[in-house]
Ligand binder design. Structure first.
Ligand code: 5RP
Length: 252
């Protein structure tokens, strides 16, 4: 029988669909364009930052970057960076960091952030607070009109001693915003999640806007038992947002 298949037009190519993971990688690669040889670099933590660390490792191996010193923001990132052969140090040795690249859970229109779903907020805040330039990399799902507005939790690192008491105090601080405080637990065994600094994390969920962020920050930090919170106010110098329609670079 004669074949007619050659006259059937081939189907149009499938639409290009970028997964969230692809967007994370696009933002990360863009941020690594800011990296120059000789820099002391803060290495972030999480599923977006890991692409930046990977890329930095690749460029070092290819000889396109030289004399980089990485400052990892978590034990996990430390392991990844070591496996890639990135030379590492800390902010005791290098108290001035040229550039840090890290992800975020929420970014508001003023480039204030919520961080810490990965649980590394304390080291991140110490290291990113020591940076000349702090580049945040996100996919567009992380953009929010106000912090606490994504229905994700705002993490607060607390000491384990009488954590219920501290969680209660935190919840009461924000009772006008309908705050609910929950201890973060491990998915596999339900045990408390323990940070790299041997602390616990309380997740704060809000029903309403928490209002002035600086006063919220002050009142959280005044509570004995609190170590640090996940609001990164006025710290990001650049936010790179990868979306379906391309990359947007927002500068402070
Ligand atoms: C870890 C963080 C992460 O940067 C933040 O949670 C974003 O993570 P991801 O890129 O996986 O969405 O603050 O403490």
């Amino acid at each position: 029988s004669s074949s007619s298949s050659s006259s059937i037009p081939s189907p149009p190519p499938p639409p290009v669909f970028l997964t969230q993971d692809m967007l994370k990688r696009i933002a990360a690669y863009k941020a690594v364009e800011f990296v120059q040889s000789g820099m002391v670099l803060g290495l972030g933590t999480g599923s977006t930052a890991k692409y930046a660390v990977q890329r930095i490792g690749e460029l070092l191996q290819q000889g396109k970057l030289k004399d980089i010193i990485g400052i990892p923001t978590s034990k996990k990132t430390q392991e990844q960076a070591l496996s890639l052969g990135i030379p590492l140090s800390d902010i005791d040795e290098h108290p001035v960091v040229d550039l840090a690249i890290d992800g975020a859970d929420e970014v508001d229109p003023y480039l204030n952030l919520v961080k810490g779903r990965g649980g590394s907020l304390l080291r991140e805040k110490m290291i990113e607070g020591a940076c000349k330039k702090f580049v945040v990399i996100v996919d567009e799902s992380k953009l929010v009109p106000y912090l606490g507005g994504s229905r994700l939790a705002m993490p607060v690192e607390i000491v384990p001693f009488c954590w219920k008491f501290t969680a209660q105090r935190l919840q009461r601080l924000f009772e006008d915003s309908g705050c609910v405080a929950k201890l973060r637990t491990c998915d596999d065994n339900g045990e408390p999640f323990v940070t790299d600094n041997a602390n616990y994390i309380v997740e704060l969920y809000f029903k309403k806007d928490i209002g002035d962020l600086n006063s919220a920050s002050d009142s959280i930090l005044r509570l004995a038992g609190v170590v640090e919170h996940g609001m990164f106010l006025n710290m990001a110098t650049t936010v790179i947002v990868a979306g379906e329609l391309g990359i947007t670079v927002k500068n402070k």
